[in-house]
Design a protein around this ligand. Sequence first.
Ligand code: SAH
Ligand code: SF4
Ligand code: F3S
Length: 438
Amino acid sequence: MTQAPKKLFIKTYGCQMNVYDSERMAEALGASGYVTTEVQDEADMVLLNTCHIREKAAEKVYSDLGRLRPLKEAKPDLKIGVAGCVAQAEGEEILNRMPLVDLVVGPQSYHRLPEMEARVGQGGRAVDTEFPEDDKFAALKSRPKAKRGPTAFLTVQEGCDKFCAFCVVPYTRGAEVSRPAERIVAEARGLVEAGVREVTLLGQNVNAWHGAEGGLAALVGQLAQIDGLERIRYTTSHPNDMDEALIAAHGHEAKLMPYLHLPVQSGSDRILKAMNRKHTAEEYIRLIERIRAARPDILMTSDFIVGFPGETDADFEATMDLVREVRYGSAFSFKYSPRPGTPAAERKVQVAPEVMDDRLQRLQGLLTQQQRAAQDAMVGRETTVLLEKPGRLPGQMVGKSEHLFAVHVDAPEALRGEIVKVRITEAGPNSLGGTLLA
Ligand code: SAH
Ligand code: SF4
Ligand code: F3S
């Protein structure tokens, strides 16, 4: 007798590393007879892959769990799991606070999900938030060969040793670990065979990758030799790990896309020091000059925190000055959120909420202006676009340009997954428009 497949619904919060992990968890549970569904109500198992970076993100998990109550009452056999960084940070506490949760699994232990799921099937509850000695990627089966879309994430490095004073990641993801180059190359080849044309290498500190001599630049070089892999990106980088070889690669490695997310957080040396970022604003600006010397049209993006404890008006103005000097293609900015267990949360000089609101608004205003300018500057230029899916209008496809702008193009659906030459003809608020070139 063959059993009907069980259905798995995964909701992913937080960063791209969670997106990758969600795929791998779905694959791991595939061995236990699960197929994924987009419809939560028809699920036999609901897995929330969570983020702990700011208070709002973590609290959202609890309100989403609360909303699962009626479904669990209607389907008592429904299994509910919490994975990711909230699972790592709060562990067993989640089971106490939320009796409907059956299992809690941290980001380093999810290769054990099938066993945990089986235990829950026998009526138990399961928690695993260890940082095991064994490499979870080695323990996971190789990835299925099913056809995939043209872009994929590939985690090459995990964890962080930087301990920025505001950040939970070193606690939720553990110490820096690099996957070996051969495994990454093998996984990339598999992805290309499944239809992938562009990979984004992921790590909490991806440019600290040291799985082989030569660092990330050497890995990019090896991946660039894979036929059929046309585009390579990587994220997120730390300014202090941008070595000469990686900067140079932006100049000579044609497959490396001209886009770099290089978070700076603040433009004030005093605040950078209090954040434990270990570089000055000037050093960051000089670094970007060197990167732009290697690849003049590179698009820079960043993350900012406003209202870090002790941030004065003058500190904030220094951030605004840095943004004006660098000219970003886009950037994320956040209000500082005190996180349990981090040194910054202990500081007595917290910034008032209305001051934070005001600073955030001003910073976002400036960043939006810069984003519009970067989009407008693309009009008239030729670029390549990797067509990913149909656009909103009939006969239209949408994909990403080299600089990671969404571009709408009049093109037949048969071109899905192809890299086409496009001239950019217009810039809208959220995407560009272009026409196919022969
Ligand atoms: N590893 C990356 C990003 C980590 S988290 C890096 O080093 O840049 C993504 C972003 O969330 C950070 O860049 C930071 O801007 C923001 N962030 C992290 N902790 C935060 C906190 N406690 N409050 C507000 N924003 C935070
Ligand atoms: Fe967090 Fe800093 Fe590590 Fe980035 S570098 S993950 S902000 S501790
Ligand atoms: Fe969030 Fe964890 Fe990523 S805290 S940002 S999901 S590493």
